[in-house]
Design a protein around this ligand. Structure first.
Ligand SMILES: Cc1cc2nc3c(=O)[nH]c(=O)nc-3n(C[C@H](O)[C@H](O)[C@H](O)COP(=O)(O)OP(=O)(O)OC[C@H]3O[C@@H](n4cnc5c(N)ncnc54)[C@H](O)[C@@H]3O)c2cc1C
Ligand code: SF4
Length: 523
């Protein structure tokens, strides 16, 4: 084996595609090299969907080309290389033996276990990895720890205000622009009966030669994995990500705030525009193709120049400066124990239709099929359709987490886990969200047109046409009444529960048990 002694090996993982990251500080192309590896283990650890696998591999290969153009040496292991060892650990150990670097550096990975694995792999070779701060984020892990210190309760809203003050974003001196910190109350409109109107479709990036090769590779290597690749048109380079972003600012940001929570299906037409007024920028940001500072600054500028209402600009900025930074802080502060939390003792299996979309519950069928076809669903579909159903059924949050990590092109554990286990499943007992996000089918009816094409009736909790969301919602309140009664914010829902007669309660519980039995029979 040839031994090339090099000064520094820079490890670049699939979600670290930024040549300005701290790993490239003092990079010397004469003496240093980059290491990247495509390994099947990362796609099978959770049963990753085809769009998700393709997203990572295609973006990695575009980044490799970019580094080559800069004249960097890249030691890149392709998935279809017969010598591929299948895991990051094995590939890294091999690279250490082969290249004998003096130093190994890497930006902090986005997943706890990946960091542990890399460290262990290097340790076995009597080497150390220098993990460097991820400068992509606006709040460092140390700053988040300082935010947590001394607080009895964490709330995104207070963190967000701190971030606004710290960055000066949407501030008027020391006061928030427009006199309020958030305009959430203006951001809950549905589309009404007429639907979303003429939403301009987002900028599309049809596969180039590199991506076509990856799509074929994914079909060949992962034929049994869920999802399909027909619609794959994600931005895969910084230039494409920027184009997608400016297209969003121009065409959809003005209405983003109003329709942030709205869902819509228009017979098949939905499939042409699942993004509605959303930005579909999460994957580009999470893979570090796009700097959140640039995104936030442009959204603020669009407001200040009068092109976008404040409620839209603030609503959008809050997602990035607030939620995105907050969930990352939660993840790193509370891992590894966070993954094990299950405050509601939920133990049911995940219904099998989550992997296929084969169900007669219209809202779930549409949200899951769209997820599998595009690797995308917007926040309310994730939280108030697929997430809500799993919560009401009582699915083990670990299984729910594995599904969310597998199916979305933007899924990386630091952002996925707190959203799933915390916000959506209340598995952390209220660390992330002040109350469980629970609602009956009537919420879905109000925010979408799914129910018009469904055989169930969201107003009914029992009987043949009872909507399972509605049945399971009341059953959830009944099952967790004692736990929920400690939460002030649940008092209205519990007051409504108190109006149910003993006979109604019994009937609901029987119906809910029947549903659980049917669901676990197909899991
Ligand atoms: C159960 C569940 C799982 C989720 N898993 C992921 C995930 O794996 N990866 C991921 O990036 N987001 C996740 N989210 C958050 C959110 O749903 C997605 O960021 C969003 O739907 C991506 O679509 P978009 O880019 O069109 O977002 P937009 O609606 O246009 O929002 C703009 C940006 O704000 C950020 N953002 C919005 N909400 C959140 C949030 N709650 N947490 C963090 N960032 C947010 C994203 O970067 C997003 O691109 C999850 C939410 C839930 C409820
Ligand atoms: S009736 Fe119930 S199951 Fe059917 S679409 Fe509406 S909320 Fe979903």
């Amino acid at each position: 084996m040839r031994k090339n002694k090099l000064r520094r090996l820079v490890l670049v993982l699939g979600d670290q595609l930024d040549d300005q990251s701290s790993a490239f500080d003092d990079f010397n192309p004469e003496t240093d090299a980059v290491w990247m590896a495509e390994v099947s283990g990362e796609s099978t650890r959770v049963w990753s969907s085809k769009p998700r696998i393709a997203m990572f591999l295609a973006a990695m290969r575009h980044f490799r080309e970019h580094l080559h153009r800069r004249g960097y040496t890249v030691h890149y292991r392709q998935l279809d290389d017969p010598a591929n060892r299948g895991s990051l650990v094995a590939e890294l150990q091999h690279a250490i033996v082969e290249h004998q670097p003096n130093e190994i550096v890497c930006v902090e990975p986005g997943e706890w276990s990946v960091r542990e694995e890399l460290q262990r792999a290097a340790g076995k070779m009597k080497r150390e990895i220098e993990f460097r701060e991820d400068r992509h984020f606006l709040c460092s892990r140390a700053e988040f720890a300082a935010h947590v210190k001394g607080r009895k309760q964490l709330r995104m809203e207070f963190f967000y205000r701190e971030m606004r003050r710290k960055t000066g974003v949407l501030m008027n001196g020391t006061e928030p622009e427009g006199g309020a910190w958030n305009f959430d109350a203006d951001n809950r409109e549905s589309f009404g009966k007429s639907g979303p109107g003429d939403v301009t479709s987002p900028a599309s990036f049809p596969p180039d030669d590199i991506t076509r090769e990856v799509l074929a590779l994914v079909q060949t290597h992962f034929p049994k994995h869920p999802g399909q690749l027909t619609h794959f048109d994600w931005p895969l380079t910084p230039a494409q990500a920027r184009e997608a972003f400016h297209d969003f600012i121009e065409h959809r940001l003005p209405n983003f705030g109003r329709y942030q929570d709205a869902m819509w299906s228009a017979d098949g037409e939905l499939m042409a525009r699942p993004y509605l007024y959303h930005s579909r920028l999460s994957a580009a940001m999470n893979l570090k193709l796009l700097d959140p500072r640039e995104v936030i600054a442009a959204a603020e500028q669009a407001y200040r120049s009068g092109r976008v209402p404040l409620a839209s600009a603030e609503g959008f900025i809050r997602q990035i400066l607030g939620w995105r930074e907050y969930v990352r802080g939660i993840y790193w502060h509370f891992m590894p124990g966070y993954l094990e939390r299950n405050a509601l003792n939920a133990t049911e299996p995940l219904p099998r239709f989550y992997w296929t979309g084969h169900t007669d519950l219209q809202c779930l069928r549409e949200s899951i099929r769209q997820t599998l076809d595009y690797g995308y669903a917007h926040h309310i579909q994730r939280l108030m359709v697929t997430g809500l159903f799993a919560l009401l059924v009582g699915v083990n949050p670990r299984l729910v987490h594995e599904w969310y990590l597998a199916v979305y092109v933007d899924a990386i554990e630091w952002v996925e886990l707190p959203n799933t286990l915390g916000m959506s499943q209340h598995g952390d007992g209220g660390l992330m969200a002040s109350k469980p996000y629970v609602a009956s089918g009537k919420y879905i009816q109000r925010m979408s047109n799914y129910c018009t094409g469904c055989r169930y009736d969201p107003a009914k909790a029992t009987g043949e046409r009872a909507c399972p969301f509605t049945t399971l919602y009341w059953d959830f309140l009944l099952r967790h009444e004692t736990f929920l009664s400690k939460n002030q914010r649940m008092s209205m829902q519990l007051r409504n529960l108190a109006r149910l007669s003993p006979a109604q309660r019994k009937e609901i519980q029987k119906h809910a048990t029947d549903w659980r039995t049917r669901l676990s029979a197909v899991s």
